[in-house]
Design a protein around this ligand. Structure first.
Ligand SMILES: [Fe+2]
Ligand SMILES: [Fe+2]
Length: 263
């Protein structure tokens, strides 16, 4: 089973570049499943219905979310009815939407779980205990893909090592900066600390630099907008065998050149 997982898609530039890049990658590599983190897909914050439809039209089959899940209030109108949207499973009981979804890929059940880390983020339920519970309820499923949406490298590594061999992949998202540590752990779990993002390459995490720098310099409130200019595409590609073990994992990255003068 060949899986393509795109990091956080940021705003319209991210959606457009994801669609454009995916059309050639899908033709070339023929993935069986395409997943993307979409927590920043609408104006850099949250996910509107129109943006979700744009991502589905581009070939993305499942979208995972994160700390920005609720930033577009419209999501409350459709998250319960759309099994393709997965928000962190460790939100309190009763939170709208679902924390995992099961989809059929070539006749095989694949469990896709979203979790959020707690360091420097909301104090949600324990992601480790939440994943234990979800796995216990789906013991018959061998193909399990986890989006670990977290700020710190240690929290992502700890979850991956703890569940090595019990899940097929732990894919880190949220920081928007790709890491170079893609690996298959000893018991067959594909891992990367962060996939990176799909969106403007010359912003700060995809947002216009000026306001981000001003906020850091002045500590005054600023309105962040999605940056423009050249774009980057960060994804990972991995293959799973019939037992749900990872055979390989590799990053797929594309980047548009800068137009501006260098010196
Ligand atoms: Fe993000
Ligand atoms: Fe995030």
């Amino acid at each position: 089973m060949k899986v393509l997982f795109l990091g956080d898609i940021v705003g319209e530039p991210g959606r457009r570049y994801a669609a454009q890049t995916l059309s050639s990658i899908i033709d070339e590599l023929r993935p069986d499943l395409v997943i993307a983190n979409a927590e920043n897909a609408t104006k850099g914050r949250g996910l509107s219905l129109k943006s979700a439809e744009e991502l589905y039209d581009a070939g993305i089959e499942i979208v995972t979310m994160g700390n920005h899940t609720w930033d577009q209030r419209q999501i409350f109108d459709f998250i319960d009815d759309d099994a393709r949207i997965v928000r962190p499973a460790n939100y309190p009981a009763g939170t709208p939407g679902r924390g995992y979804t099961v989809c059929k890929v070539n006749g095989v059940d694949v469990l896709i779980v979203s979790l959020m880390g707690r360091t420097f983020l909301s104090q949600l339920d324990c992601p480790f205990a939440t994943l234990e519970r979800i796995l216990a309820d789906h013991a018959q499923i061998k193909h399990v893909i986890v989006d670990m949406h977290a700020e710190t490298t240690s929290e992502k590594l700890a979850l991956a090592w703890d569940f090595d061999g019990r899940v097929s992949a732990v894919i880190g998202t949220h920081t928007h900066v790709p890491t170079a540590d893609e690996d298959i752990l000893p018991n067959g779990t594909a891992y990367i600390t962060d996939v990176g993002m799909v969106g403007p390459r010359d912003g700060i995490l995809g947002m216009r630099r000026r306001e981000v720098i001003l906020r850091m310099r002045t500590h005054l409130p600023q309105r962040f907008e999605v940056a423009d200019g050249p774009r980057q595409f960060c994804a990972v590609w991995f293959e799973l065998n019939a037992e749900g073990k990872a055979l390989n994992i590799q990053p797929i990255r594309r980047c548009e050149p800068r137009q501006e003068q260098r010196f």
